[in-house]
Design a binder for this molecule. Structure first.
Ligand SMILES: [Zn+2]
Length: 268
């Protein structure tokens, strides 16, 4: 019984690490083998082995192997960065070479139109095995998709490149009075999980920041004017509020989750 319990815990950790980081589960197994081979005994030997192998895997081996699947890490620029560095540490920053080229083009374009806004990306895709979903985003499985944070400003109206939650998800810029309330419509139609991202915040932060209409509009314009873009998901009331006319900006449907906490983008 005791042995079964141990195996159950290891299986749970393996699955959790795989879901979160893709390579973490395999690294977990490898760390057992390596720590057994090291004759030296010291506290937290297993954890040390895990951290060393994980870092080597994340920063050395995986980027090389990912090339076999046409996956690259998002190339950073002064105005193209992760909203949270955990995205990089967890290998959730991989895209196809085509999406990487698109992002570099867009970041240059955005720097010309608004040099205050940083494109702060959230979840993109995993490095290995096409079709491997990046939960909780079922569609982020082909290197063609990436999410972005909305843009915020302080009370003086200055752009502040920060998020309103630790994860970058789940703090909504909901509809104002008189705006289309898609959230309510979806909930009424029985799609109770439409606002599921509210459970994914990992804590709300920067409560003093406000939604920046100009900053988000400039970002949306830069994202949608490029010919490689296929679709961008943004909640209808924000599309209306920002007076965005581009037909590539769409409502994702009630079967998905709401997009007034982040922007979803996919290329052709
Ligand atoms: Zn997405």
């Amino acid at each position: 019984m005791k042995q079964t319990g141990k195996i159950g815990i290891h299986a749970f950790v393996f699955i959790l690490l795989t879901i979160l980081t893709q390579i973490g589960g395999v690294v977990y197994l490898m760390s057992f083998v390596f720590s057994k081979r090291i004759k030296l005994t010291f506290p937290l030997k297993g954890l040390a082995a895990f951290v060393i192998i994980y870092c080597l895997g994340t920063f050395v081996t995986t980027p090389l192997v990912a090339k076999l699947f046409n996956r690259q890490r998002i190339e950073h620029r002064h105005n193209l960065k992760p909203a949270n560095y955990l995205t990089v540490l967890m290998n959730r920053n991989y895209v196809s070479s085509e999406l990487n080229s698109y992002l570099l083009d867009v970041s240059k374009k955005l720097a010309e139109s608004n040099d205050q806004v940083i494109m702060r990306y959230l979840d993109a895709g995993f490095p290995l095995l096409p079709g491997f979903p990046l939960l909780p985003h079922l569609s982020h499985n082909d290197g063609k998709k990436v999410d972005f944070s909305l843009v915020y400003e302080n009370a003086k109206g200055e752009i502040v490149n920060s998020s309103k939650s630790v994860s970058g998800y789940g703090v909504f810029e909901g509809p104002k009075k008189g705006e289309l309330n898609q959230h309510k419509a979806c909930q009424t139609a029985g799609f109770s999980y439409y606002d599921l991202p509210k459970y994914l915040t990992l804590g709300s932060i920067n409560g003093e920041l406000h939604f920046s209409e100009k900053g988000t509009k400039d970002l949306m314009d830069a994202l949608t004017q490029h010919p490689a873009v296929d679709k961008v998901f943004l909640e209808p009331h924000l599309k209306e509020r920002l007076r965005l006319k581009n037909k590539k900006i769409r409502f994702q449907g009630c079967h998905s989750v709401r997009h007034d906490d982040h922007i979803h983008l996919q290329v052709k």
